[in-house]
Design a protein around this ligand. Structure first.
Ligand SMILES: *Cc1c(COP(=O)(O)O)cnc(C)c1O
Length: 351
């Protein structure tokens, strides 16, 4: 994790760019940033599960997912270091984001993805000019293939890079600023590798430490029933996260059998007095439709977090008066192939 104590002051922000680069001090980038104006995404009111919530539309970042927060910061640092070629493995969105900012920075990128990744994400990676390697098998097989190639090329992994994680913290700064520095009671977020969850926790902790805010939101991390190592470790009271067998799931972006920052993730959940929940693929698809009826089109993975809301409310974990922000991570346009496939199967069943 990045040890870097500089913090911005809210009074300085008025004259700064409307992007995550307004929160520049904690990002530890000295040169010109590699940027497409990422961040500063809308926080809007909506009604879900018969409750008012705020939706953070972070899928509106330039490459269509919140991973641009990490991609922009990490590629800015790699450019500063003069790196000319990088390697990354991803379930798709991190690869697309990194390919995009690598193109902008003039850095060659090789991206390893599982061959099952949504066609939209693969097409996007190639359009940015990256060299795409589709690896048969699981997300873990793609990581292993990248790891083997990493002896020769700079391994710019979004799961390991402290700069990628520093970029994630801007999600917390931004939610706080958009609410006039009053953090919500809860932030519900999907969790796979756990970078977003960890970034939110560290970002809100920075604000508290600097005296900019006075509370830590409780974090609700949501996983898929098909792949639930964080849930399992949290529920069992462990202090690290063992690998766990997984099944195919509609939530491909959070299908990570063993997050690399296990201890930190569990500490973040417990440190925020948070919870972990799992949702089924049926809930994911139903929630995708509910979001659509609010005018919001996201990819199936992104429907996991809002999918957990009704249970959290019904079980009394989230109280009626509490403020809830739901983080929406990836655009529906990324996963059109999977959404069409699901609609076709459903129509066949109904017919
Ligand atoms: C990467 C990703 C996630 C999970 O984020 P982690 O930081 O790996 O926990 C959630 N949703 C989408 C769409 C993603 O691409």
């Amino acid at each position: 994790m990045l040890r870097h104590d500089e913090m911005f002051s809210p009074a300085d922000l008025a004259s700064r760019p409307c992007s995550l680069w307004r929160y520049r001090e904690p990002l530890a980038i000295s040169g010109d940033p590699v940027t497409l104006g990422e961040g500063f995404t809308p926080l809007v009111d909506g009604e879900l599960a018969e409750r008012r919530v705020s939706l953070k539309l972070d899928f509106l970042c330039p490459s269509g997912s919140y991973k641009d927060r990490g991609g922009a910061v990490m590629l800015s640092k790699l450019k500063e270091w003069g790196v000319s070629e990088i390697l990354e493995d991803s379930s798709g969105n991190a690869g697309a984001s990194i390919a995009s900012y690598a193109a902008l920075a003039g850095i060659r990128a090789r991206i390893f993805i599982p061959s099952s990744t949504s066609a939209g994400k693969a097409a996007q990676i190639e359009m940015y000019g990256a060299h795409l390697e589709k690896i048969p098998g699981s997300r873990e097989d793609a990581a292993r293939a990248a790891w083997e190639a990493a002896g020769r090329i700079f391994y710019a992994s979004h799961n390991w890079s402290p700069y990628f994680l520093a970029g994630m913290k801007t999600a917390a700064y931004e939610i706080a600023e958009q609410r006039n520095w009053q953090p919500p009671d809860w932030v519900i977020t999907p969790a796979g590798g756990g970078g977003l969850l960890l970034g939110l926790y560290l970002g809100f902790a920075d604000l508290l430490r600097a005296g900019i805010t006075h509370s830590m939101p409780r974090l609700a991390a949501v996983q898929s029933e098909g792949c639930d190592p964080i849930y399992h470790a949290w529920a069992a009271g462990l202090d690290d996260i063992p690998a766990r067998a997984k099944r195919p799931t509609a939530a491909e972006g959070i299908s990570v059998a063993q997050p690399v920052r296990g201890k930190d993730i569990l500490q973040a959940i417990r440190g925020s007095n948070g919870v972990v929940r799992v949702v089924s693929d049926d809930t994911v698809w139903e929630t995708l439709e509910s979001l659509g009826r609010l005018g919001v089109y996201v990819e199936p993975t992104s429907a996991a977090a809002p999918g957990a809301l009704s249970r959290l409310v019904r079980d009394g974990v989230i109280a009626p008066h509490e403020d809830v922000v739901i983080f929406l991570t990836g655009s529906g346009l990324k996963a059109t192939d999977k959404i069409v496939e699901h609609a076709a199967v459903r129509h066949a069943v109904l017919a």
